[in-house]
Design a protein around this ligand. Structure first.
Ligand code: F6R
Length: 608
């Protein structure tokens, strides 16, 4: 969603800000703007639409060396230039960009209007800049602190003052901010990715931190007083700057990166000599593992789907009762949490507000929660304190692909490590671990020889009114994931069901030619799923079957057959999801969609 970039140094700031904003485009936004300190005032340029429109509008004479920029994903107020950030105070001498939501903005606005402040936008943010102006008596940090003392809600803000060239004041509460250390220059961003061209040395701010940023350093204090120092962390190699390479879209590149991202996720964690796995970040002794009574895996969207596979593995392999829940629902149902319950919070971005809220709810109730997170240093990773990084590397396309498979792989490794304590002998454990370790290569081989039938499926699905996805057990999670991908990238209406549910209602929708995609690995549920295929075929459905290579019967009942390599049930999602990712990508392409930035979506969903 919204993004913030700031720069203080000796360079012309506008190009640095524009470059940072371009790197944040993947998060999803609908307008962009920047504010540059120019002598005794602040110049702003704001545009609806892409950063390219902003770039075209920024005049070359915008010379200042202190600036802030913002990409906005509209929440309060329409997508207009007036609502785009940064917002200015009445004197045009203070500019402010904000991520998050000010919940009491209506009350604050009414009060400020009574006092004579004139508003120029419909946003919740504008109250902040007027409050900062109201309390400004020469000390910018004190003004921001006093203003923030009146607001309820979440914020990551960046503020510049015409009277303080070379200074940015930033503060965070529930919306991430990082400071980037340069050489004689300092950066600010809501996401370290924005800084990847300039520095890998970053400082993550904590909630209720306020920071004064200057070219040669920064000072952090707490909202309730007192200074604090935070460590500089160095981002890993995989987070270094990178583009699309030879691929036409980030999504396609990320699909093809899965052999490496999976290998990174598994490396050093599956230990064949032990017939098990080691996950340093979990810090659980065998005795702790033996006493777990229930595991709940929390997540949203794709991460929830990965969580479904994770929960199935915890139960099926480690024999620990387990379930997966949508984080946004979990957090408000006042869950009962026992002392021996364990939670995993799965999130690519580590910033999803619903998942973060669920983590906090678990913690308030005394529960233990581990993160299964991709973005290092993100809010969920930090709030959990312990967990597993999935090491996918940056995922830029809005649709999650390589993060999904790494999340599944990380959960399978965790399940294997628990299983060795609770259920599995060394030989069974080793067999599972060996199969996992072979997965990156098998994924690579399949991607290198993508069956032509994927294109036949694209043809059928992009012409259909809607598409059904069916599967059982973990293949139902894959069906949900395939349907989500096709919806978000190709905007094709889809439904996903456990196959046996069809006869309880949805089968009424099947008509002549309805595309139905069925995921049928050669496992204990195969024959039952094949029966469902017969039922939908008998009603005219055109059936695309994703099945185990060599399963000639499954291939024969299919109108379109897509074979994937044989795998044991719990591991099979890592292979059966591949054709569905490519189907969504290619259908989106065929229908002329904006693949990497589908409409209405944001990469990092930081509002409820
Ligand atoms: C779908 C997708 C979303 C995310 C969801 C959670 O392709 O990307 O459904 O999975 O918004 O995001 P994270 O994983 O960042 O918590």
């Amino acid at each position: 969603m919204c993004g913030i970039v700031g720069y203080v140094g000796e360079r012309r700031a506008a190009p640095v800000i524009l470059d940072g904003l371009r790197r944040l485009e993947y998060r999803g936004y609908d307008s962009a703007g920047l504010a540059v300190l120019a002598g005794d005032h602040v110049d702003t340029v704001r545009r609806v639409g892409h950063v390219a429109a902003l770039l075209a509008a920024v005049p070359p004479e915008l010379e200042g060396t202190t600036a802030i920029g913002h990409t906005r994903w509209a929440t309060h107020g329409g997508v207009t230039e007036a609502n785009a950030h940064p917002h200015l105070d009445a004197t045009n001498r203070i500019a402010l960009a904000h991520n998050g939501i000010i919940e009491n903005h209506t009350t604050l606005r009414a009060r400020l209007e009574e006092e004579g402040f004139k508003f120029r936008s419909e946003t919740d943010t504008e109250v902040l800049v007027h409050l900062v102006h109201k309390f400004y008596t020469g000390d910018p940090e004190a003004a921001v602190k006093t203003a923030l003392g009146l607001v309820q809600g979440t914020y990551g803000i960046a503020v510049i003052f015409a009277e303080h060239p070379g200074v940015i004041i930033a503060a965070r509460n529930g919306s991430p901010l990082v400071v980037g250390k340069g050489n004689g220059e300092t950066f600010l961003a809501s996401d370290p990715h924005a800084l990847s061209a300039h520095t890998r040395e970053v400082v993550y701010l904590e909630d209720r931190d306020i920071v004064r940023i200057e070219a040669n350093g920064w000072t952090i204090s707490r909202m309730d007083g007192g200074g604090v120092s935070r460590n500089v962390e160095v981002l890993g190699e995989e987070w270094a700057e990178e583009g699309r390479g030879d691929f036409s879209h980030h999504m396609l590149k990320e699909i093809h990166e899965q052999p490496e991202s999976l290998a990174r996720c598994l490396r050093g964690r599956v230990v064949p000599e032990l017939g098990g796995a080691r996950l340093g970040g979990l810090e659980l002794s065998p005795r702790d593992i033996a006493s777990i009574r229930h595991i709940t895996v929390l997540g949203c969207g794709t991460s929830f789907h990965a969580g479904l596979v994770g929960a199935a593995a915890m139960e099926g392999l480690a024999r620990i009762p387990a379930s997966a829940e949508i984080a946004s629902e979990f957090r408000y149902r006042n869950p009962v949490i026992g002392p021996d319950d364990l939670f995993f919070a799965v999130s690519q971005s580590g910033e999803t507000a619903d998942t973060l809220g669920a983590v906090k709810e678990v913690q308030v109730k005394g529960g233990r929660v581990f993160g299964v997170v991709n973005v290092v240093g993100s809010s969920i990773a930090r709030t959990c304190g312990h967990g597993v990084y999935v090491h996918s590397g940056p995922e830029i396309a809005v649709a999650s692909t390589k993060a999904f498979t790494s999340q599944v792989a990380a959960m399978l490794v965790a399940a294997l490590s628990f299983a060795r304590t609770r259920a599995l002998g060394p030989h069974e454990g080793k067999a599972f671990g060996d199969e996992l370790l072979a997965i990156p290569e098998r994924v690579g081989e399949w991607l290198a020889s993508e069956p032509r039938s994927v294109m036949d499926a694209v043809d059928l699905c992009s012409k259909g009114r809607f598409v059904f996805f069916l599967g059982r057990g973990v293949s139902h999670a894959v069906a949900l994931e395939g349907a989500l991908k096709l919806k978000e990238i190709a905007y094709v209406p889809c439904m996903a069901y456990p196959a046996a549910e069809m006869k309880h209602g949805p089968i009424a929708l099947i008509d002549k030619g309805t595309p139905v995609i069925v995921i049928v690995p050669d496992d204990v549920m195969r024959d039952k799923t094949l029966s469902t295929i017969q039922e939908v075929k008998a009603r005219g459905a055109r059936v695309i079957v994703v099945h185990t290579a060599g399963d000639t019967h499954a291939a024969k009942v299919a109108d379109i057959s897509i074979p994937v390599p044989r795998a044991s049930t719990l591991i099979s999602p890592l292979l059966s999801v591949l054709p569905l990712q490519l189907l969504a990508y290619r259908a989106g392409l065929a229908l002329g969609r904006d693949i990497d930035r589908p409409r209405n979506l944001a990469k990092s969903v930081t509002v409820e």
